[in-house]
Design a protein around this ligand. Structure first.
Ligand code: SF4
Length: 330
């Protein structure tokens, strides 16, 4: 029987799953995903996690609880950096230790460090280390990594063309637009795990689509554009997400076809509170474009989300109907 590797359907699952899945399957392991996020998963996570943690980390804990007894290994890499000269949120670096110290009866964790700050070639080194959990055949690991990069490249290319990762990962393509109004292009800035987990964001993406919006996210913006725009800041941003969020905000401002911008942030997230403020100031100073900030935490109510989305979309449509005196800030 194949060895089972468990991957929690949370955090960087939304960014790297095609890479991880191909890699593990090429090494003849069976990949087992936790269930989709639910209020039960969130409750379990909240009970086992420190109260100060952000919502995405609490959900991650719940996914670990959901899957830990069904697999031989749990894949929780220790992410330090995912891009050259940049860091990511330190919670990712501490995640394997936080999980080990708060959840009992875990299977062995694959907690290899992923640190691309000095060189993106370190990804290969990490892949070799992970592969050695399952085989001594270095060539086999090399091949698995090569195939994984191909799958990842295909996934990223689809996203750059405008397909949402959640549509690929959750197989939800061809969502029908329910509104009879003209389509609006709505740019949404946020972490992958907030944008594409429909439980965390209370189905925000589909709700916007039903109201006649086409969604454009940070992940669809070309890396070169992000780099160039983030480089305009007086000081280099050392957070990967920060430069992506700021760089894409500037890009959305430059585009004439964007009808409104939403910043989706996590309550209690240090990176978001800083980056959102920076992006908001730039947006408000540069262009009279409809913009709102939506904050997610475990107490957020769906009715509140619905009301804000309705008001935001109505405001955009009213402004197009010659009511430009309607405030762009909701
Ligand atoms: S970046 Fe923010 S939302 Fe993401 S894990 Fe860190 S604190 Fe949580």
């Amino acid at each position: 029987m194949d060895v089972k590797v468990g991957i929690p359907r949370a955090l960087f699952y939304y960014q790297y799953y095609p890479l991880w899945k191909t890699f593990f399957e090429e090494l003849n392991t069976e990949v087992v995903l936790s269930d989709y996020s639910t209020s039960k998963i969130l409750d379990e996570g909240t009970k086992s996690c420190v109260a100060e943690a952000c919502l995405p980390v609490k959900i991650f804990y719940g996914h670990v609880m959901n899957i830990k007894d069904k697999v031989d290994y749990l894949f929780i890499p220790r992410f330090t950096s995912i891009s050259k000269k940049e860091y990511i949120c330190p919670k990712f670096g501490g995640l394997p230790d936080m999980i080990r110290n708060s959840i009992k009866d875990l299977p062995p964790l694959i907690d290899t460090e992923i640190n691309l700050r000095k060189s993106e070639k370190n990804a290969r080194k990490a892949a070799m280390e992970i592969g050695r959990f399952f085989t001594k055949d270095e060539r086999k690991i090399e091949n698995a990594y090569k195939k994984a990069l191909e799958s990842f490249g295909e996934f990223k290319a689809k996203v750059k063309q405008g397909v949402l990762p959640s549509d690929i990962l959750d197989k939800k393509l061809n969502v029908i637009k329910k509104s009879n109004e003209p389509e609006l292009n709505i740019a949404v800035i946020g972490h992958v795990y907030n944008l594409y987990d429909s439980f965390i964001n209370m189905d925000m993406i589909d709700k916007l689509r039903k109201r006649g919006a086409k969604i454009i996210t940070v992940d669809m913006v070309e890396d070169e554009i992000i780099k160039r725009n983030a480089g305009l800041l007086p000081k280099k941003m050392f957070w990967n997400f920060g430069s992506r969020a700021y760089g894409s905000s500037l890009h959305f401002l430059e585009r004439e076809d964007i009808d409104g911008i939403i910043y989706l942030m996590s309550f209690g997230c240090g990176v978001d509170s800083f980056v959102c403020d920076l992006a908001e100031r730039k947006i408000r100073k540069t262009k009279d474009i409809p913009f709102i900030v939506l904050t997610l935490d475990e107490h957020s109510g769906e009715a509140g989300m619905d009301t804000r989305l309705d008001a935001f979309i109505d405001m955009i449509r009213w402004r197009y109907k010659n009511e430009n005196n309607v405030s762009a800030y909701g």
